[in-house]
Design a protein around this ligand. Structure first.
Ligand code: ADP
Ligand code: MG
Length: 392
């Protein structure tokens, strides 16, 4: 059944429209966003799809096909951040952020289903926020830009849900276009769409979801963030983005703290890796990107120290099976790996990763191909099917 029909069965009337927003995978530029550097995500084919209708009585009702439990009902004008808000805090937080920003948004009924794996570093949360934001923008005719919607969705996650994320995920979900990477400047949020048509090159991008979520991730993220801020302060810049790569050796020599030195080396060298990928793609050397990804993984593993055995194994098994390059993507300590491979060799790479995991006694990873897909959009109301290629 599609989400529009599910909406009708649930609420007893038809939705006004159906919207979709994708998960994302970041190709390169990890831990650069809060340092005001560059990132290069692409939209996944996996999406959160929501059927939505306005309500005139100021009530917000939300329901997810993917979560056991009844419809959650809230009063739009009484929404307040709560740390224990559950999944409904994501759509409710978007409505709250829109109203906080002074937009005339009343109530809504919303029913959604998502194919974005949750907690895998692929941003199921941003998909949920952005699909809600776009639906409310269209229904209440707010006329907000993709960038404004992304910022409001980030505000919802930061201040309502209580997760201190950067804005990459929401910008990717809102602004990606098919066949392109989103080259995003996290300082001014300007974007460039960089062509990334791997099919035409005979290449494939694979995502390996290790299915591992290490609890240590949350505290470690805050610690890396604080370490980067300490590095910027010690170097007399507002953000590490302002340390040119050519000045990295001199900058490192000025840092007394060994840990801060490693973090600075990662962030500044990662900024350079984003530039190298941009340059490689501009001259059509897509295969050359692979080696940069693998270098990036070594930096995340050895300097930032946010990898884990499952991520390292996925990278080494993929590269050992002939992939052009691979790296962990997202915050680390579990989550996913992104792999650049020859299209003809992609199956063998996936098989090798699964085999290596079985041999190591790890849970079976989920491996899928990730063509650069569309950002958030409105779907036709009739027949918007939501297939579930794998259970969440
Ligand atoms: P990620 O964004 O990397 O997938 P997060 O922890 O940021 O991981 O977000 C996952 C959370 O988003 C889930 O715990 C849930 O609260 C919410 N979420 C994601 N997808 C859905 C869905 N289909 N239905 C309900 N809630 C969802
Ligand atoms: Mg998230």
């Amino acid at each position: 059944m599609d989400v529009a029909r599910e909406f009708t069965a649930l609420y007893g009337y038809e939705p006004e429209g159906v919207w979709a927003a994708p998960g994302r995978v970041n190709l390169i530029g990890e831990y650069t966003d809060f340092n005001e550097g560059f990132v290069m995500p692409l939209a996944l084919p996996h999406t959160a799809v929501a059927a939505v209708a306005r309500r005139t009585d100021g009530t917000l009702r939300v329901h997810s096909a993917d979560v056991e439990g009844p419809v959650v009902e809230l009063a739009a004008d009484a929404l307040a951040p709560r740390p224990d808000g559950g999944w409904a805090a994501y759509p409710a937080g978007v409505l709250w952020a829109l109203r906080e920003a002074g937009h005339a948004v009343g109530g809504a009924d919303l029913h959604l289903a998502s194919t974005v794996p949750t907690g895998a570093g692929l941003s199921s949360s941003a998909a949920l926020e952005v699909v809600t934001a776009l639906a409310l923008n269209d229904l209440y005719e707010l006329g907000l830009s993709r960038r404004e919607l992304a910022l409001l969705a980030q505000r919802a996650e930061n201040d309502f849900v209580g997760v201190p994320c950067g804005v990459m995920d929401q910008m990717a979900a809102a602004a990606c276009v098919p066949g392109h990477l989103l080259h995003l400047d996290c300082r001014d949020l300007s974007v460039r769409q960089v062509p990334f048509d791997l099919g035409a090159e005979g290449l494939a991008l694979l995502v390996v979801d290790t299915r591992v979520r290490h609890a240590l991730g949350d505290g470690a993220y805050a610690e890396r963030r604080a370490g980067c801020e300490a590095g910027a302060r010690a170097l007399g810049v507002s953000h590490l983005r302002d340390v040119p790569h050519a000045e990295l050796p001199a900058a490192l020599a000025r840092l007394g703290d060994e840990r801060v030195r490693r973090y600075v080396r990662h962030v500044v060298s990662e900024g350079r890796r984003v530039e190298r990928v941009v340059a490689l793609l501009a001259r059509g050397d897509v295969r050359g990107v692979g080696a940069v990804l693998t270098e990036g993984h070594a930096s995340l593993r050895d300097d930032l120290r946010v990898s884990c055995p499952e991520l390292d194994l996925a990278v080494s098994a993929a590269c050992g099976a002939g992939a052009l390059g691979a790296r962990m993507t997202g915050g680390g300590f579990g989550g996913s790996v992104v792999v650049l491979a020859e299209g003809a060799g992609a199956d063998a790479v996936g098989k090798a990763v699964r085999g290596a995991f079985a041999e190591a006694g790890f849970a079976e990873p989920r491996v899928f191909e990730a063509p650069a897909s569309s950002g958030a959009r409105r779907l036709p109301l009739a027949g918007a099917p939501q297939t579930r290629p794998f259970p969440n």
